[in-house]
Design a protein around this ligand. Structure first.
Ligand SMILES: CSCCC(=O)C(=O)COP(=O)(O)O
Length: 410
């Protein structure tokens, strides 16, 4: 069994000797120095020494400045760090993240390291089981206007979203503990609206309430939310750290799916030269830490992530990973019904179509916004072009949505 975690980096430098650089990383981030060590000490330290596995240099064809880079793979012995994500990240990219043009692209953790992580408790299949929906993409709606609103207002907004036939409703990530809509009362009010809507729609619904507060109170807040009836949680993972998600997701008393919000991710992944690659940041590490659903920008909407990077996030959430359950991909931001065929083309059926403005901004109102998405999903999964579907009687909501936002072709 492999006893190392392998980090892949991309390093840009017009002149560097990348072999030398790789060796200095492998030694510097493990035993500190090597050649100076006496032979007896070397024998003792060998098991701690990082190893350069490969260095692939890409010379720009035209010699253009700023385009020469190398992909460097280094194996770090598991013996050097404890079985937690902070220890792993500090080892492979702590000081190094501040040392020139270098980006952490990927991490392959060992079976032994992964064994400390149960991963998503529900995962994609578990979320589908809770909702009883197995044959189509799910639809999630986002509360939009939340700050400064009282419980009655949020309950009314929730009810309208639920009537639109959505499968999940999530809080806006900027809704924190506040006197107008305290956590437990908000959960009770929204779940009451969910029950009322279910009487009309016959549809089950998950409400991902935003879990916030100081880290020391998060687990208690989560338990309170669950006791009040919350059947899902939203969590701003990157502001707290992956280890906090890991703790929450393996807590047996917090027995509901957790949706990871990507707030702050833009500080890490967009630069080609610095930070952490999107598929690692929003894919592999979120899944390892236990996210059941992961939100991230799509290639089509208002906050755009390049398509290849986006599909790499999807793959990291869905490909085999040490036997962990898969996490639901939720490409988001600026999504409207006219984008549904593109989303399904790239993501298939195992995706959550997620919208805030694209639901609340519908010309016929919030509930119609949900209906328009459901009609678009039905058309796209049946291979019917949206324009054709919009002409059908009963699909007036879709027609109005297309008039408002249009259809984006590939
Ligand atoms: C950048 S991914 C997170 C998307 C999100 O949380 C959101 O509120 C998107 O809202 P929109 O009105 O753009 O659908």
């Amino acid at each position: 069994m492999s006893q190392v975690c392998i980090a892949t980096y991309r390093s840009y430098d017009d002149k560097a000797d990348f072999d030398k650089k790789a060796l200095s990383i492998a030694v510097g981030l493990t035993v500190g120095s090597w050649t100076e060590l006496p032979e007896a000490k070397k024998a003792e330290m060998e098991k701690h020494l990082g190893k350069v596995l490969s260095v692939e240099v890409h010379e720009p064809a035209n010699g253009a400045a700023g385009e020469r880079y190398a992909d460097i793979r280094i194996a770090y012995p598991d013996i050097n760090f404890s079985r937690d994500i902070p220890a792993l990240l500090v080892t492979v990219f702590g000081k190094l993240s501040m040392d020139g043009c270098i980006k952490l692209i990927d991490l392959d953790v060992s079976e032994d390291f992964a064994s400390a992580f149960p991963g998503p408790r529900f995962g994609l299949g578990g979320v589908r089981d809770l909702l009883g929906v197995h044959d189509r993409p799910l639809l999630m709606s986002i509360f939009k206007s939340v700050v400064g609103h009282d419980l009655a207002n949020l309950q009314e907004q929730f009810y309208k979203q639920a009537l639109g036939g959505v499968d999940l409703i999530k809080d806006d990530e900027i809704l924190f503990e506040n006197p107008l809509t305290p956590l437990e009362q908000r959960v009770e009010a929204c779940m009451e609206a969910a029950r009322k809507a279910q009487e009309e729609t016959g549809q089950k619904l998950l409400y991902a309430v935003n879990l916030t507060g100081p880290t020391s109170q998060l687990a208690a807040n989560a338990r309170k939310a669950v006791a009040a009836g919350a059947n899902a949680l939203l969590f701003n993972v990157l502001s707290y750290g992956y280890d906090v998600l890991h703790e929450l997701s393996k807590d047996p008393e917090i027995n509901v799916p957790i949706a990871a919000h990507p707030a702050l991710a833009g500080a890490f992944y967009p630069s080609p030269h610095y930070g952490i690659g999107a598929s690692l940041l929003l894919g592999k590490l979120m899944r390892l830490a236990g996210a059941d659903l992961v939100l991230f920008p799509s290639p089509y909407g208002s906050v755009v992530m390049p398509k290849a990077e986006n599909l790499a996030v999807k793959d990291a959430l869905l490909s085999p990973l040490h036997g962990l359950k898969t996490s639901f991909p939720v490409p988001s931001a600026g999504i409207h019904p006219g984008l549904v065929p593109l989303i399904l083309k790239d993501f298939g059926t195992d995706v959550v179509v997620n919208a805030g403005g694209g639901i609340h901004g519908h010309p016929m109102g919030t509930a119609a916004g949900g209906h328009a998405f459901r009609q678009a999903i039905k058309a796209a999964t049946s291979g019917i072009p949206l324009r054709e579907a919009a002409e059908a009687s009963g699909n007036e909501a879709l027609q109005a949505a297309i008039q408002a936002w249009g259809i984006k072709e590939a």
